[in-house]
Design a protein around this ligand. Structure first.
Ligand SMILES: *[C@@H]1O[C@H](CO)[C@@H](O)[C@H](O)[C@H]1NC(C)=O
Length: 151
């Protein structure tokens, strides 16, 4: 019979497809990337604005964090990118899983949405501080900022 020969070659691509789709995302960062970390949390030197409240209104919009809804809380770190990357290596201490605390303290600005904030009119209040930070690292780069030490 000629039946046997073709079936394996037909099935093989389906098997690869199925295993590819089944890949789970693991760890604390849930597929977050360094690029996302930079977009959400890196602003150095700090963008100038008349005051920190207006800074938050401007940056949250400019970074695309007010499109679908006003992101309720977000922190910008005012430190060179190299110092943030270093937290995942010599500039940090391992906490647990893929979490690291920075050895250094950084200037940060935390933006929180005001209660009646709505997209296109997202308004924020600001809190600044100088603090160490806790990040999740993937492949040696920060991908997620934990709220642990933030103002
Ligand atoms: C951090 O902020 C303080 C107060 O705003 C400022 O004097 C200092 O220069 C900042 N440090 C860095 C490293 O940007």
């Amino acid at each position: 019979m000629a039946l046997g020969g073709h079936h394996p070659t037909l099935l093989l691509p389906l098997v690869f497809l199925a295993t590819g789709l089944a890949q789970p995302s693991e760890g604390l960062s849930e597929g977050a990337t360094y690029q996302q970390f930079v977009t959400r949390h890196f602003d150095s030197p700090k963008t100038s604005a008349a005051n920190d409240r207006l800074y938050c209104n401007l940056l949250m919009q400019r970074r695309g964090l007010t499109r679908v809804f006003c992101k309720r809380r977000n922190t910008f770190i005012h430190a060179p990118a190299g110092k943030l990357q270093a937290i995942c290596a010599r500039g940090g201490t391992h906490v647990s899983l893929n979490l690291y605390d920075s050895l250094e303290s950084f200037n940060v600005t935390t933006c929180r949405a005001l209660p009646r904030s709505r997209p296109r009119h997202c308004r924020y209040r600001a809190a600044t501080g100088n603090t160490k930070i806790r990040v999740a690292c993937v492949q040696g780069l920060p991908v997620h900022l934990e709220p642990t030490y933030l103002p």
